[in-house]
Design a protein around this ligand. Structure first.
Ligand SMILES: Cc1cc2nc3c(=O)[nH]c(=O)nc-3n(C[C@H](O)[C@H](O)[C@H](O)COP(=O)(O)O)c2cc1C
Length: 410
């Protein structure tokens, strides 16, 4: 992939701070810290989150690339402090600490936090072997989904960028564990409904289902279990022709899937009717097209009569909303006693043991939806930059408007 919009993240879960660099945003985009902080706060919410979210109030500081509320076209650098570092500044200090074994406090911090038992379902096992680490903390600190905070910060900039083109990304929770919303709730989200979704503790459209989901989470917590679920992301206002049929690595569905599959706990990504497309006959899978130009359609003089494809045909956006569903696995850390913990191994003693427990969430599906929205925004902002180019927002918007006018006249 030849990305025009690139981003890098750095930082450990209990380290001093998270750092993010976003490169490729043109000059002249209005951007305030609050535009990013809004999304960071959304990621922290959700019934079923653990104690860590009470410690952190994630807020971004711009360190470069923005002046007087406008982007400069230079790399945008951001930092988010980890408040919890105050409790970990011995264990996670970047500088080596003189270990004086008579100093009980330092000994406690270093030895108690030294981990040799791995947690099934995490990066612990493969990471410790691959990177030749004896302290599994050297893996888990970076593999932790704390990193998704950085993605949401980068995504906050992408959301702000897409807004200038009238492109909106919404998401909702469709299922948690075995509790799911009725079919009619899926497939579209109006602005009013999105407000309801944001007000729900589980980012779910139906208040009744929200309550059932909360009961399911309470039950799981009592049993020392965790829960996964399914979220739906819907994108409105996308022009025809993002992505391409000409090469495997330019197909829009493949590109979006890679962004979403890279999110912690995501195990499946589907567009439109997804897996159902493999079961139904052709006439029930493909979307018929007709010439019609309702005033509300700002991107095309044609419309599909259904949207089973989820807005992408032949690797390109087709003018319909993108509809994408994502399955997230239950988080791997289970609050269990030594007796009923998941079986695992100790890499130091090379013997069978049980998984260790470190403070954890029970269900992260609502937060996962916010992270997936951010990754969708980053993928699409990159596609807009790829197709329309430009070093300033003025240049880019002029290219974009010309293309839209052309599309509406075809
Ligand atoms: C927002 C979010 C928060 C998470 N919090 C936790 C947590 O508290 N405890 C945990 O064990 N896993 C948590 N996870 C999941 C792990 O990060 C993830 O399962 C792990 O990295 C391995 O998953 P993978 O195989 O999909 O990479 C969280 C995931 C997300 C998206």
């Amino acid at each position: 992939m030849n990305n025009k919009l690139r981003f890098l993240t750095a930082g450990e879960s209990h380290g001093p701070a998270l750092s993010i660099i976003v490169e490729g945003i043109p000059a002249g985009l209005s951007l305030l810290a609050e535009n990013v902080n809004y999304h960071l706060a959304r990621r922290q919410k959700g019934y079923g989150r653990g104690a860590r979210m009470k410690i952190e109030t994630d807020k971004v500081d711009f360190m470069g690339g923005v002046r007087q509320g406008q982007t400069l076209g230079s790399p945008i650098s951001m930092q988010i402090k980890n408040n919890d570092y105050a409790n970990w500044n011995i264990t996670m200090n970047p500088a080596p600490i003189e270990v004086n074994l008579t100093d009980e406090e330092i000994k406690k911090h270093l030895t108690d936090k030294y981990i040799t038992r791995v947690r099934p379902g995490h990066a612990d096992f493969a990471g410790a072997i691959k990177y030749n680490q004896t302290d599994v903390r050297n893996i888990l600190e970076r593999s932790s989904a704390r990193e998704t905070t950085s993605r949401v910060a980068a995504g906050g900039i992408a959301h702000q960028f897409l807004k200038d083109f009238g492109i909106k990304i919404y998401s909702q929770v469709l299922q948690i564990g075995s509790v799911k919303v009725a079919d009619e709730y899926a497939g579209n989200i109006t602005e009013n409904e999105f407000e309801q979704i944001e007000a729900s503790e589980l980012r779910c459209k139906s208040p009744e289902t929200t309550n059932l989901m909360k009961e399911e989470i309470d039950k799981a917590r009592k049993q020392g279990e965790s829960l996964g679920g399914i979220i739906e992301i819907i994108v409105y206002g996308l022009p025809i022709g993002l992505g391409s049929h000409v090469h495997w690595d330019r197909r829009l569905d493949g590109i979006i899937a890679q962004y979403l599959m890279s999110v912690h706990t995501v195990k499946a990504v589907g567009f439109g009717i997804g897996f159902e497309a493999g079961i139904q006959v052709g006439s029930l899978v493909h979307d018929e097209i007709e010439r019609s130009h309702p005033e509300s359609n700002l991107v095309s003089a044609y419309q599909h009569l259904t949207n089973r494809a989820g807005g992408i045909e032949g690797g390109m956006s087709n003018g319909e909303p993108i509809i994408c569903r994502v399955a997230l696995k239950p988080i791997p850390t289970l609050a269990r006693t030594e007796e009923n913990s998941l079986k695992s191994i100790d890499l130091k003693t090379k013997s069978n043991d049980v998984a260790f427990y470190e403070r954890s969430d029970v269900c992260v599906v609502p937060a996962g939806g916010v992270v997936c929205e951010a990754m969708m925004a980053l993928a699409l902002a990159d596609q807009i930059l790829n197709k329309f180019g430009g070093d300033s927002m003025t240049e880019l918007k002029s290219n974009y408007q010309n293309y839209l006018a052309y599309c509406l006249n075809r």
